[in-house]
Write a protein that binds this ligand. Structure first.
Ligand code: ADE
Length: 347
């Protein structure tokens, strides 16, 4: 089945990265109406008003920025906005727009009212970013022709468009760029356990997979409060049950997820390695991000964006001004004894 809806187009450079970001959340599972989108109520309420008000005034919606950990549905929200407003959406990403000319070509090829979705907007380079400012604010493209004293600027009018951008690292989006998202800057939160259960329920129906109630709960418990992970686990459990000719009960789900090395609270080998290094090599911290990244042979960005948010959410890790600190709960979960001195300090 094609991964694209008829309305979507993508510019060729970007297709790979946009699909990569979405690789676990295929078209079938993606909500296509607001009523189907579970959770993130604060964002839904605000965005719906923004879209409705723009429609009533006969304007196009203002630009919005979504941020938060991976897998929480930033891209899904952009697709939903496009579907609900009946607009065409072009998809690209920060690293795919290498040169000013790449952005100029994307913008001049938009049709009036289109949505432009830029994923990983924090990875736009400075020159490209500066071209984006007047495009977002005044709908014009400033092009510099020539070099040195004879250089001159020409201004091209652009078709009116709505920019929807997404990032996992809002702190790396410059404040001039952030301030141009006049429709709002919205933070996606981790989902509650009940919301994840509803998402799994919905997905299992769409995948025509029978799932016992306890099995559903087991998948939810290990899903990191993240829909992409929940849907990924559901699909892997379905594969496992099919291959082993078993029904999807709690025991089968446990076997399937244990095989994926996901423990009962959703920690994967990288999460456990992070905590083990923090505790065993650095006495539980505080230790800086650079140091722990180097000790794990992992990129700092991955540690900060992918590993830490969930550990913090679970209360296994704290970020203090002096660095990362493992909590008592982390010691307990991994079965380490807390050194006396540290225990006293925390009491
Ligand atoms: N699939 C991924 N995210 C979802 C959400 N928030 N609601 C319903 N299904 C989803």
């Amino acid at each position: 089945m094609s991964r694209k809806t008829p309305k979507e187009t993508s510019n060729s450079n970007s297709e790979k990265s946009a699909n990569f970001d979405d690789s676990f959340l295929d078209q079938t599972l993606r909500p296509t109406r607001w009523e189907e989108y579970i959770g993130q109520k604060h964002i839904k309420d605000n965005v719906k008003i923004l879209l409705r008000a723009a429609e009533e005034r006969g304007h196009i919606p203002e630009h919005v920025l979504f941020y938060g950990p991976p897998g929480l549905g930033k891209t899904t929200l952009a697709h939903l906005i496009a579907k609900e407003t009946g607009r065409q959406m072009k998809i690209t990403s920060g690293p795919a727009i290498e040169k000013v000319g790449d952005l100029a070509s994307i913008l001049t090829n938009l049709s009036p009212g289109d949505i432009l979705f830029i994923d990983e907007i924090h990875r736009l380079n400075k020159m490209v970013e500066e071209i984006l400012y007047p495009a977002m604010e005044s709908g014009v493209l400033d092009i510099i022709i020539g070099k040195g004293p004879s250089a001159r600027t020409i201004q091209l009018d652009l078709p009116p468009f709505t920019l929807i951008a997404a990032t996992t690292r809002v702190a790396l989006v410059s404040s001039p760029l952030r301030s141009r998202f006049s429709g709002g800057v919205f933070r996606l939160e981790f989902y509650s356990n009940e919301e994840i259960e509803k998402i799994i329920q919905r997905s299992s129906k769409l995948l025509k997979t029978e799932l016992e109630a306890e099995a559903l709960k087991e998948i939810a418990k290990r899903s990191r409060f993240t829909p992409r992970t929940a849907n990924y686990f559901l699909k892997r459990c379905r594969d496992f049950a099919q291959v082993h000719k078993k029904s999807l009960d709690q025991k089968t789900v446990r076997e399937a997820l244990n095989m994926l090395a996901v423990d009962e609270i959703g920690l994967n080998p990288s999460d456990r390695k992070f905590l083990e290094i923090l505790i065993e090599k650095f006495g539980g911290g505080p230790v800086g991000l650079k140091t722990i990244g180097a000790a794990m042979s992992e990129e700092e960005a991955t540690v900060e964006e992918v590993i830490e948010p969930y550990l913090i959410q679970l209360g296994l890790l704290e970020r203090s001004p002096r660095g990362r600190v493992a909590t008592n709960k982390a010691y307990e979960h991994l079965g380490f004894a807390r050194p006396e001195k540290k225990q006293e300090k925390l009491l």
